[in-house]
Design a protein around this ligand. Structure first.
Ligand SMILES: [Zn+2]
Length: 501
């Protein structure tokens, strides 16, 4: 049995004005892997593709590596040329490989010029190329916007169960083992999809297996029930995709996907979970979890002990922000530069610091230049304490992190790291790499909605308190700040609607 493995991954923030081009996929920060390059890059890794490869080896299935692409930090809409190239490369490599089964790693929240659901397009083309009998198993992200076409083309779909995502590998492996069982004709599953009209933006769907992380109630209860349902022998997989409300497309929003061997049971469970999501929907409202900027800084300064993490929700670079929002920087300046550390992306400010040189005092207008809702530039005066290439190897993932040239300014007791590229400080090493000890700070600002929690809270137990800050910017979880044109209506919380289900 020969199994084709491939896919593509892009989480598109349609409110980001900067498009994602072919160069972003093919450049140093992206990935464009053809045939054996895929196996070389992912064999032995704790990723979705790594899990798929391991499962195939254990099950004695021959792997046909096909094509995989992912992007760097750019998250705007994928250009027409890039998506054409991705779809053509993926579909042709799978068709030419003549596989007996296919494992796909598709993020599920891609948007491209001309395609509101390019993953569905990929699935339809692959299905058309292979015919109706070749099983196709897809593993997707919890932040996927799944359209109805997925269920028509795929045989089974499996989503992550955690955010921050810590179960990539397990889900990849689950996909591989499931495909092996299908190949042995032990089962022939079908997919039941339900889409309760709930739109959730980044940051509101944290859900984890680990006891220490803060859990937001709706996703916790939905995922707990999903796991219970999976104990029913007729049920193959239950996935709750919170969706990616940062993409304005018709399919944006939550999806319940139940893969089962009994279509009636699968449908009934999908409806039950969709009803539960609808009952719990008010738990996703932002005013339950977000704190205004000034209040957040005040609370952090008055907290009995530090460090306090301020999570900049509007400038979550992993969710699509260009990373130069200034709301918290401005509040720290107003507070007289307290004991704090933060990152801002600003190429011009880095150049000025480099030009001034180590130890020099500079005055520079920082941030607020790349995206209209990211605030105004803030004029700061500080000493250039460190200059670096901004490169390090992540101790967690072993991946190279390239922040671009980096300058740290000491502004009073605030340490301001300026980088040329957007960064998401999802683990403490970002701070240590530029000479900042996060444990020693009163306030640590991260441009991250929730991905930081795994390393900071669960692994290292650094913060005494985490405050999710209601900053402006395109990744703000507050849907009311955005003009949606394409998403299906009515949808909660844009509309205070009923759902006659
Ligand atoms: Zn995700």
């Amino acid at each position: 049995m020969r199994i084709g493995i491939g896919g593509f991954s892009h989480e598109t923030n349609t409110f980001n004005p900067w498009p994602t081009t072919l160069a972003d996929f093919q450049g140093p920060a992206g990935q464009w892997l053809v045939a054996e390059q895929l196996t070389r890059a992912y064999q032995g890794t704790r990723t979705v593709l790594g899990g798929m490869l391991d499962a195939c080896r254990e099950e004695g299935l021959a792997v046909v590596p096909t094509f995989f692409a992912t992007h760097g930090p750019t998250t705007g809409v994928i250009s027409a040329a890039a998506i054409r190239s991705i779809l053509d490369s993926l579909v042709a490599s799978i068709r030419d490989g003549k596989p007996d089964g296919v494992l796909l790693n598709l993020h599920g929240a891609a948007v491209a010029e001309g395609f509101d659901d390019p993953e569905a397009e990929a699935l339809q083309r692959i299905r058309a190329a292979l015919g109706p009998d070749v099983p196709i198993v897809v593993v997707f992200d919890l932040h996927a916007n799944i359209g109805p076409a997925w269920a028509d083309s795929a045989t089974a779909i499996i989503g992550y169960k955690t955010a921050p995502h810590t179960d990539f590998y397990d889900r990849g492996r689950e996909g591989g083992s499931l495909l092996a069982r299908i190949q042995r004709e032990e089962l022939r599953p079908t997919i039941a999809l339900e889409k309760p009209p709930i739109l959730v933006k980044s940051g509101l769907m944290s859900v984890t297996d680990t006891p220490l992380a803060v859990i937001k109630p709706p996703m916790f209860w939905l995922m707990s029930r999903a796991r219970e349902i999976e104990r029913d022998p007729r049920i193959v997989n239950v996935s709750v995709a919170a969706g990616f409300g940062d993409a304005d497309v018709p399919a944006a929003g939550m999806t319940i996907a139940v893969t089962s061997t009994d279509p009636a049971a699968g449908r009934a469970y999908a409806c039950e979970l969709a009803d539960l999501a609808w009952q719990l929907r008010r738990g996703f409202l932002t005013d339950l979890v977000l704190t205004p900027v000034d209040k957040a800084v005040e609370r952090a300064l008055n907290a009995p002990a530090g460090p306090v993490i301020l999570a900049d929700q509007g400038n979550n670079t992993a969710g699509g922000s260009p990373g130069d929002g200034t709301a918290i920087l401005d509040a720290l300046k107003s507070a007289g530069w307290p004991d704090a550390a933060l990152f801002i992306r600003d190429e011009g400010a880095v150049a000025k610091a480099v030009e001034a040189g180590l130890g020099a005092e500079v005055e520079v207008a920082v941030g607020g230049k790349l995206e209209p809702t990211n605030g105004q530039p803030v004029v700061v005066r500080g000493f250039v304490r460190l200059l670096s290439t901004g490169e390090f190897v992540s101790a967690r993932s072993r991946e190279q992190v390239r922040m671009g040239r980096t300058a740290v300014l000491d502004c009073g007791d605030t340490e301001l790291a300026l980088t040329e590229r957007p960064t998401s400080q999802i683990h403490p090493q970002y701070f240590r790499a530029v000479g900042i000890d996060p444990r020693a700070k009163r306030i640590i600002v991260v441009q991250s909605a929730h991905l930081f929690r795994d390393a900071f809270e669960v692994e290292e137990r650094i913060p005494k308190m985490v405050i999710e800050v209601d900053t402006p910017g395109i990744t703000s979880p507050n849907v009311h700040r955005f003009t949606y044109r394409k998403v299906r209506r009515p949808i909660f919380p844009l509309d205070d609607c009923e759902w006659p289900h």
